[in-house]
Write a protein that binds this ligand. Structure first.
Ligand SMILES: NC(=O)c1ccc[n+]([C@@H]2O[C@H](COP(=O)([O-])OP(=O)(O)OC[C@H]3O[C@@H](n4cnc5c(N)ncnc54)[C@H](OP(=O)(O)O)[C@@H]3O)[C@@H](O)[C@H]2O)c1
Length: 256
């Protein structure tokens, strides 16, 4: 059984992933800012497996360093680290405060990079480990200026990291969710799969590392379409969709 650290485990995809991994008996370190929610999840899962909860803001390097240290001290090492914590932005990005935009970058992009920097000292000497970064279809298909920028950035970082760490025996995977029903997409009227669907995919990835998983899988068609027909995608998007509010502001992400 693996020791798995999950950031952003207090709701949505992170919480659902924790539940599936607990069913399978993996030892869990759950991190987020809402410690009350993490503790409630710990109470639910601890009959099935060992759980440590840690209050951590992934935008604070000292928090992620502390998280890695506490996880390694408690379980004697870290096998899998899932960079899942993420935020959207609500207004069209050019109407947001500069500080709010910086925050999106700090949480979604700088956060996973610095968390990986914090965990590598525990994985490199053992030449073993697995880093999983949760990006987005918006990291393949540009939809919202700043959210997409962070997810494109995270995808680029993950591809490079995978190649950088190959000689060290450390696996690196990318998770690419499309719309999933969570707090992030609250109010979005589209039909979406539950967080559990994404949680099951990520739990499978923990046991069988792959380069990238797209969930739900049919978003691969959207990604390929955008890749091969970017002009047509521009036309369809501008004609039928309003995306400028981002994944965090679903009421603006609707059919015109
Ligand atoms: N839902 C979708 O449609 C969708 C689509 C594509 C990609 N994604 C990605 O999937 C990941 C999970 O999102 P979700 O849909 O499950 O949303 P969610 O339910 O809002 O969960 C986000 C999680 O991130 C945590 N978080 C936010 N800021 C944090 C910070 N500064 N430090 C630590 N934790 C922080 C939140 O916990 P606290 O507030 O307690 O800190 C929460 O546990 C994100 O990276 C998101 O971009 C989601």
């Amino acid at each position: 059984m693996s020791v798995v650290v999950i950031t952003g485990a207090s709701s949505g995809i992170g919480e659902a992933t924790a539940r599936v991994l607990a069913e399978k008996g993996h030892k869990l370190v759950l991190a987020a800012r809402r410690i009350d929610r993490l503790e409630a999840l710990e109470r639910e899962l601890s009959p099935r497996t060992e759980v440590l909860t840690v209050r951590a803001d992934v935008a604070r390097p000292e928090d992620v360093e502390g998280l890695a240290r506490m996880a390694a001290e408690r379980f004697g090492g870290i096998d899998v680290w899932i960079n899942n914590a993420g935020v959207g932005h609500s207004l069209p990005w050019w109407e947001e405060e500069t500080q709010a935009l910086r925050r999106v970058v700090d949480v979604n992009l700088t956060g996973p990079i610095l968390a990986t920097k914090a965990v590598l000292p525990y994985m490199l000497p053992k030449r073993r480990g697995h880093i999983i970064n949760v990006a987005s279809v918006a990291g393949h298909v540009g939809t919202t200026g700043v959210y997409s920028a962070t997810k494109f950035g995270l995808r680029g970082h993950t591809e490079a990291l995978r190649r950088e760490l190959l000689p060290y025996g450390i696996r690196v995977s990318l998770v690419t969710p499309g719309f999933i029903r969570t707090e992030l997409t609250k109010g979005n009227p589209m039909r979406m799969p539950s967080a559990e669907v994404a949680g099951r995919v990520i739990a499978r990835l923990v046991e069988r590392p792959r380069r990238e998983v797209v969930v739900p899988g049919w978003y691969r068609v959207v990604i390929s379409f955008n890749h091969w027909f970017p002009g047509l995608t521009d036309w369809i998007t501008s004609r039928f969709l309003r995306t400028e509010g981002g994944v965090g502001q679903p009421r603006r992400l609707r059919l015109r």
